[in-house]
Design a protein around this ligand. Structure first.
Ligand code: NAP
Length: 298
């Protein structure tokens, strides 16, 4: 059941189709939602007020939601369809009602520093397991969709490598197996190797990777560190496809891949691209739960 947000005012600043769906979900839970710079059409418009500026939106609210992608290095809020830049300044942060939760996916350096200086209570949703695990579903589906669009062979029967066995790697490996890919998972933790084997998949260590990667038709990286080095890439067949899901700059030496004639694609923000409604619902449910918990003093 949706937690009730009846009587709660929430500002959603900037965003894309994911935040549009999120605003609709919060409104469905009973919140009065003020938005700025969002695309139209997420549903429940009667409870959503479009504001002209950020200052107007944050007036007298009990929570603020920033785009999952936060702000860029100049403080611009992610808002591709706003038609104008929306900039989060310290002056604006100081106007937020004191002590309210400010939700974001991943904050990044600038926002973290600004929030620290302004005494803002940031909650980074994509760092929470309950969000990241659910978010891994549209991420994995999106990665497989990209592979299907680019590969000349079916995923069924193809030789797939998944690097990393965290929240995203685990979901992706399970989906690949279900589709029938011959799936190997590269991980460094012995307990993860046991789990990978239990799932009917083949675990590999990073030491074993260079010796076997010549068999890869598709490689999915989820490790946010350089694991597909020039040395490893030099053993990857040029016909193989690399899809790197890790946050920028990814875990692939993209320049080396290009020199070696291997197609390697960095694939950020897949949930918002392939399933914005689901991605928005995942965030909205957690936000609603946290707000209700705070209001109940839990
Ligand atoms: P996670 O649960 O923390 O998993 C990260 C994995 O990387 C773990 O298996 C971890 O191994 C491994 N790892 C980290 N540093 C490593 C290193 N130096 N060497 C070898 N392995 C290393 O993270 P996640 O939620 O799965 O997300 C993974 C990445 O994908 C993040 O960068 C995240 O931002 C990104 N992401 C992107 C999308 C998208 O749409 N493209 C969607 C979701 C997430 P241990 O467990 O042994 O530490």
């Amino acid at each position: 059941m949706q937690p009730s947000l009846e009587g709660v005012k929430i500002a959603v600043l900037g965003g894309d189709a994911r935040e549009r769906a999120l605003a609709g979900e919060l409104a469905l839970s009973g919140a009065a939602v003020k938005v700025v710079g969002l695309p139209a059409g997420g549903g429940h418009e009667e409870r959503i007020t479009a504001c002209k500026c950020l200052r107007e939106a944050v007036d007298n609210v009990q929570a603020v939601v920033l785009p999952a992608l936060g702000v860029d290095e100049k403080g611009h809020l992610h808002c591709p369809s706003a038609g104008r830049p929306l900039i989060l300044t310290e002056e604006l942060l100081l106007r937020f009602p004191a002590g309210i939760p400010v939700f974001v996916g991943i904050a990044g350096r600038l926002l973290t520093e600004m929030a620290g200086r302004c005494g803002i209570r940031l909650i980074e949703l994509l760092k929470m397991d309950e969000v990241a695990i659910l978010n891994s579903i549209p991420s994995a589906e999106g990665a497989i969709q990209m592979a299907m669009e680019r590969l000349p062979v079916t995923i069924h029967g193809c030789s797939a490598f998944v690097l990393g066995f965290g929240r995203t790697g685990c979901t992706l490996a399970r989906m690949l197996r279900a589709i029938g890919a011959k799936t190997r998972v590269v991980a460094r933790n012995p307990a993860h190797h046991a789990r990978i084997r239990e799932m009917g998949l083949e675990p590999l260590s990073y030491r074993e990777l260079p010796g076997l990667v010549k068999e890869a038709e598709v490689i999915f990286n989820t490790v946010p560190a350089l694991v597909l080095t020039e040395d490893v890439l030099s053993r990857v067949p040029p016909s193989a496809l690399i899809i790197d899901l890790a946050s920028a700059p990814g875990g692939t030496d993209f320049k080396a891949a290009e020199r070696l004639g291997i197609t390697a694609v960095l694939a950020p923000g897949l949930p918002a691209r392939v399933a914005p409604k689901t991605a928005g619902q995942i965030l909205a449910r957690t936000i609603a739960g946290l707000i209700v918990q705070e209001r109940c003093g839990g």
